[in-house]
Write a protein that binds this ligand. Structure first.
Ligand code: IPE
Ligand code: IPE
Ligand code: MG
Length: 239
């Protein structure tokens, strides 16, 4: 395998899609697809960590996913809680710092507790920052940032003329984290589904037909190689 460590993205974001279709292809219940999908998170986290990628953001549950059948939502919440309690010790040992982004206060109390404990246990990790987007929606994130700014203006801690791109960036859930360089969507859909709309303004987008439970290290390697070949211009002309 050719080395993919040249021109590595600092921040990779992944829309982990296709668990349901994977299950259908294997003739098993959707829940089995989610279970396999959760197991696959490990391999991609490890793939990023071993290559020295600094930040990884995984889209696990969107604000729109509450609209799924109740049994599926409950299963996903249990899976999330179980994933965090099983993985946090290894994350700590491997220098992974875990943080959740999204409207965490609206998650079931048991999941919130697992999130809090995992954030605390891994707080000193310095190798890979792992962000899990849970009850995440980019539009609600931007609305939350607007609300914070309005409160600051009303209490005279900020003036309307101070509102600029940086002021908004600093009030997003991802404040202080560089924008993703590369976003990968598995499962073949070519859309962003309300993921990081502000932060992905200049990200390279990589769509693959591979379903999330089958997106392994080789597929990550292919995505990183494709990224390394892209020319990022940011509106300028080629040097
Ligand atoms: C992604 O897989 C997991 C979540 C959105 C929670 P899906 O469940 O969306 O799988 P498909 O798109 O139905 O195949
Ligand atoms: C996006 O997948 C959300 C996550 C991967 C968590 P969906 O399956 O919910 O997206 P749509 O419905 O195809 O847009
Ligand atoms: Mg889907």
């Amino acid at each position: 395998m050719k080395d993919d460590r040249e021109n590595l993205p600092a921040h990779v974001a992944v829309i982990m899609d296709g668990n349901g279709r994977w299950a259908r292809l294997k003739d098993c219940p959707r829940m089995e697809g989610h279970r396999r999908g959760a197991e696959n998170v490990r391999s991609v986290v490890e793939g990023c960590r071993k290559r020295g990628i600094r930040h990884l953001t995984l889209y696990a549950f969107s604000t729109e996913n509450w609209g799924r059948p109740r049994a599926e939502v409950e299963f996903l919440m249990e899976l999330l809680g179980g994933f965090l309690s099983n993985e946090r010790e290894e994350m700590r040992e491997k220098g992974i710092r875990f943080r959740a982004i999204g409207r965490i206060s609206r998650l079931p109390p048991a999941v919130r507790e697992e999130v809090n404990v995992t954030e605390k246990v891994t707080a000193t990790g310095e190798d890979l920052n792992l962000f899990l987007a849970l009850n995440y929606g980019a539009r609600s994130e931007i609305a939350d940032a607007c609300r914070k700014i309005c409160e600051e203006v009303l209490s005279a801690r900020m003036r309307p003329e101070d509102i600029d791109e940086q002021a908004i960036q600093e009030r997003l859930y991802t404040a202080g984290v560089p924008d993703p360089d590369l976003v990968i969507r598995t499962g073949g859909e070519m859309r962003l589904s309300n993921f990081l709309l502000w932060q992905l303004s200049y990200a390279e987008i990589y769509f693959t037909e591979i379903l999330w439970p089958e997106f392994g290290d080789e597929e990550l390697h292919t995505a990183l190689q494709e990224y390394a070949r892209r020319e990022r211009r940011f509106g300028r002309v080629k040097n």
